[in-house]
Design a protein around this ligand. Structure first.
Ligand code: ADP
Length: 275
């Protein structure tokens, strides 16, 4: 099985609202895949259908070879979910919480190893309520991976993080990906998608409007480049030539030179414009 997830023609309506409107998706095993899109685009609905927590109206869906419309207990134990922060049992310690959840799975990881993996060894005896927001999120991830999932869903994992906590968290996710876990992530941070994802899909109005490597999405790599320097700015298909000309003109160092292509955010904002 080369695909972790295959979706064809997925459709979901809520009354008059077509939340998911014929969506196709292929996510390979071992891939880190980011789903981007504005609020209301249909991301949560799609992900919840993939997780087996929402019924679809039409389409074919396979997640680890199983239809999530008919989830089994065995299948659930192969899928990890990191949703928004859990609030129950704030009086339990980190270690107690992770051990407690480990008991739900047939072949859990070692709780202390998982605690170390998410960087909480020094806080293992602290109560959940004593943790910072970033530390709690790490507990969520620990609970998401304790069952040794083949596939991990992360829903906006770093919302509210400061830049340092976000970078630390990215390292954690990169480590999981390195171990071969397939990861599906929703995020509003384009930089996060660019750093972590092998591929991204942009969802708008219930459909995928673009999909691919974040470095080349939407023609990004071949888009015109902008050359800026202290006395001017041009948009060009041949930035190397422009820089050479400038080098001659200034007889060496071009003052304040930058050459830029559209950022992932530029491309994203163009893609989600109402058509
Ligand atoms: P996203 O996660 O991209 O913000 P959602 O999947 O939450 O998008 O929502 C897609 C559309 O479906 C939105 O118009 C939203 O209002 C609607 N929707 C989502 N969940 C429900 C629900 N339980 N009942 C009715 N409408 C819903």
């Amino acid at each position: 099985m080369t695909h972790a997830i295959q979706v064809r023609g997925l459709t979901k309506r809520y009354g008059d609202v077509e939340a998911v409107a014929g969506l196709d998706l292929d996510i390979k095993r071992g891939e880190v895949f980011a789903i981007l899109g504005p609020n209301g685009a249909g991301k949560s609905t799609t992900v919840e259908i993939l997780e087996g927590y929402r019924k679809r109206d039409a389409g074919e869906v396979s997640v680890l070879g199983v239809d999530p419309g008919r989830p089994t207990r065995e299948w659930r134990s192969r899928v990890g979910i990191v949703a928004q922060t859990m609030e129950d049992a704030p009086e339990l310690s980190v270690r107690e919480t992770v051990r407690h959840f480990a008991a739900y799975y047939p072949d859990p990881k070692d709780p202390d190893e998982v605690i170390a993996q998410v960087g909480l060894t020094e806080s293992a005896n602290k109560r959940i309520r004593q943790l910072s927001g970033g530390q709690r999120r790490r507990v969520d991830v620990a609970l998401g991976v304790i069952g040794r999932p083949e596939l991990l869903f992360l829903d906006e994992p770093t919302t509210g993080f400061d830049p340092e906590a976000r970078r630390n968290f990215w390292e954690l996710i990169e480590g999981l990906a390195h171990d071969g876990t397939t990861i599906v992530l929703t995020t509003h941070y384009l930089e996060e998608a660019e750093t972590l994802a092998d591929r991204v899909a942009v969802i708008a109005r219930g459909r995928i409007v673009a999909e691919g490597d974040p470095a080349t999405l939407g023609g990004r790599a071949t888009a015109k480049a902008r050359v800026n320097w202290s006395e001017g700015s041009v948009e060009t298909d041949t930035p190397t030539k422009t820089v050479l000309e400038l080098t001659r003109r200034y007889d060496g160092e071009v003052p304040e030179l930058t050459v830029t292509r559209p950022t992932l955010e530029d491309i994203y904002l163009r893609l989600i414009e109402p058509s």
